[in-house]
Design a protein around this ligand. Structure first.
Ligand code: HEM
Length: 293
């Protein structure tokens, strides 16, 4: 929990840095709070990565326990990365991955609870592609309905609906002069609701049935700074959904839906956790027992 609070503080600081006007950062007492939040999470990372460094230095065999942080530490040992690079990469993974993933899956479960025909199509596909065995990596490409459902959910109810860039040079974009240093906010949430989709304001798999306008569908951002986890995120979401849905039918409390859910929109769009009725009921398939979460 202590780390989660520090991540929250880091997010607040990051948001201020991206959104507040430059004059804000000339007022030192206003900045101090944010600098402290950034430092606290960095220190936490230093401690965690240091523990990992110690474990690696006494490990007899590394091949069996290679992971992202170990790879980074080995790159540091080879001189390809600095200590600061390693800590920052781990920090960014920590803040970029769990929240986006978990909130996306949360919205998806809410959506599936309200769309029984979509659920039926997904269940049919799971039965045909995976059957009763464990899910495997070669199933990923075959889960086309699940994939369309994930895309349509991210289009209709995105977790990240803005991406930002800073103009490095004076530029002209679509006829608009843009001065060097200008912060540019790209409203991908709005872009996903344009006429390029057959039914932009409806949740329907028809929107991804054919001719997907990928140019206008960018839930993971785009260019060299696009989401570093976009492929693994798709795999994780497919595996999570298949594993959950093959065992449980999901219901929301009092028929709640994403459209009426109270949300907060800072750097990401997420449910307002202080509001009621965000829980869900998981009903085991082929059984009358309910798990109320
Ligand atoms: C549904 C889940 C996810 C969504 C919707 C999502 C979305 C995004 C978006 C929109 C960006 C900004 C891209 C831009 O500015 O163009 C981003 C950045 C990033 N994401 Fe994700 N992400 C997800 C999951 C993940 C996961 C699982 C990981 C790690 C395994 C990850 C790692 C990152 C990193 C490291 C960045 C920063 C990249 C950079 O600045 O170069 N994300 N993500």
């Amino acid at each position: 929990r202590a780390i989660v609070v520090k991540i929250q503080g880091y997010f607040d600081a990051w948001q201020a840095l991206l959104l507040k006007p430059d004059i804000f950062f000339k007022i030192s007492w206003l900045c101090r709070k944010y600098e402290k939040s950034v430092e606290e999470l960095k220190e936490e990372m230093e401690i965690l990565v240091e523990k990992k460094r110690n474990r690696i230095s006494v490990a007899e065999k590394l091949e069996d326990s290679m992971d992202f942080t170990t790879e980074l530490i080995l790159a540091e040992k080879r001189g390809d990365l600095t200590r600061e690079n390693v800590n920052q990469c781990v920090l960014e993974m920590l803040i970029a991955a769990p929240d986006t993933m978990s909130v996306s899956v949360f919205f998806m479960l809410f959506l599936i609870a309200k769309h029984p025909l979509v659920e039926e199509a997904i269940m049919k596909e799971i039965q045909t592609v995976v059957g009763e065995r464990d899910i495997r990596i070669d199933d990923m490409q075959k889960l086309k309905v699940v994939e369309s459902f994930i895309y349509e959910s991210m289009r209709y109810q995105p977790v990240v609906d803005l991406v930002m860039r800073k103009a490095l040079e004076d530029d002209v974009i679509d006829g608009y002069p843009v001065k060097k240093g200008t912060n540019i906010i790209l409203n991908i949430g709005r872009m996903h609701r344009l006429e390029f989709f057959p039914k932009p304001n409806e949740f329907t798999l028809e929107n991804f049935a054919r001719n997907v306008p990928y140019r206008y569908f960018q839930p993971f951002g785009f260019g060299p700074r696009a989401c570093a986890g976009k492929y693994i995120a798709m795999v994780m979401m497919k595996v999570t959904l298949v594993t959950l849905l093959r065992s449980f039918h999901v219901q929301t409390l009092q028929g709640r839906c994403v459209e009426k859910m109270q949300k907060k929109n800072d750097l990401s769009l997420h449910p307002d956790e202080t509001s009621d009725l965000l829980g869900m009921i998981f009903i085991p398939r082929n059984s009358d027992k309910c798990l109320d979460h």
